[in-house]
Write a protein that binds this ligand. Sequence first.
Ligand code: FDA
Length: 491
Amino acid sequence: NKIIEAPIVIIGSGYGGAVSALRLCEAGKKVVLLEMGLNWEKSRIPFSNLLKPGKSSAWLKKKSIAPFMNIFSLTPFTGTLDRLDFDHINIWVGRGVGGGSLVNGGMAVTPKESYFKEVFPQLDAEKFYHHYFPLVHEELKVNIIDEEFLKDCPYYKFTRVGEEEAHQAGFKTMRVPNVYDFKYMEKEFRNEVPRSALNTEVIYGNNHGKNSLDKTYLKKALETGNLEILDLHRVDDIKLNDDKTYSVNVQQTDTSGALIADKIFHCKKLILAAGTMGTLQLLLRSNAVNGLPLHEGIGKNWGNNGNFMTGRNWVKPLSGGTGAKQSTIPVGGIDNWDDKEHPFFTEIAPLPMGMDVATALYLLINRVDKKGEVTYDTINRSLKLNWDESHTVKMKENAKYFVRKMNKANGGTRSHFLFNNGFGADICYHPLGGCVLGETTNEYGKLKEHENLYVLDGSLIPGTIGVNPFVTITAIAEYCIENLIKGSEFA
Ligand code: FDA
């Protein structure tokens, strides 16, 4: 195997990886970033839209893996969206240079300060709300839809109907910021530029309009000249050497997933930013196969961020339903977090199916009362997740309460069209935790039992943050890497 010397290696190019890369490169450090997915920008292969799933739609699968309506057969390709299936929960993740930012809905939500303090009592909330969150908003290019555009645009009928119905039922709504460039969207609408959000592009990638990480943090990091991104490089496991350096075992593949080369990267400093499930897989597998030392808390304190999907059918069918044309970018939410009995936040989600299905889709985010645990199954050589219906009892109660109240005020039924019994308890977009900050790591993400190994991604958040998580993941990564650099960890 070829051995490649690299002083600093980062695994994964999502939020945590991109922030770490930029700040280290700015500090003059040479960084190698290993990403198992494709560099889509460099490949020049266009992303496909929801109505015609193609190359970008699934990670090495024979069939598309959208949460609904998978009738499309595919030739396996290293697509942007992957789904990890466990007994009681399916977890969707992004693959490619930019990680989850390629496939997500771009909702850039800052957590409620009171909940942030509850989840991270040890952090200086003042500093986060006055420095890290504003910094992250600027770097990620967060913006808000113009209310006039929203009021008139036929592609946002689903939001207007969703908000009207929520108000009718006595719920409070909120405008949700996003990284999609709304000025671009207005031009799309006027047909001045190619369409993306208005052409059903989102979970298989956006060809235009969305400020994913390849257009923000990673672009800036590359401009320093200090970053090398190696795509289609999948890390199998890591090994701690006697001199406290690390050997990273990598398989380079082609776009069909076939092996091109085995490589070993030898580094002094290693940052794991492979996303919650990716980082846990690397740590637990490396422990099983190479005896990598692990703190006993690794894998514990895992949660689905309270993700719980539900829907309602026959929403305003007589007045034209929720609209045949729908933007893929959500801009509305219902905020019921302060209700002591039923605290939840829900996105008023688009359902762009190319026809008016008079159906409303909601992704609820709840508290996580009972945490799960991730372990490694040495026989099947895969992750195991201790998570079942007992973990989502309260989430289901909230969803039932929500749907009932909405239907009572507005008409409609529980959506059997979208989900078996009207509820999608097993759909998770926000896996969090398992390497909790300050428990399995020091206060800045350096793993206990290690001197040169760091975790900087969603796994630092203990299973819940109450809103869509990438703004928080990015802010925590900024906080950690700033302090690690200041503390001469990378000197
Ligand atoms: P992230 O998952 O972004 O990146 C990890 C990277 O590491 C990936 O590129 C992966 O390929 C790579 N990797 C993993 N294992 C590897 C290995 N062994 N070797 C090499 N590379 C490896 N959030 C939000 O705030 N607003 C929203 O609107 C949405 N919407 C949404 C929709 C959908 C469909 C999904 C799937 C997710 C969302 N999210 C979201 C969630 C959000 O995208 C997610 O929380 C973040 O991307 C997580 O960031 P991380 O930095 O933890 O890892």
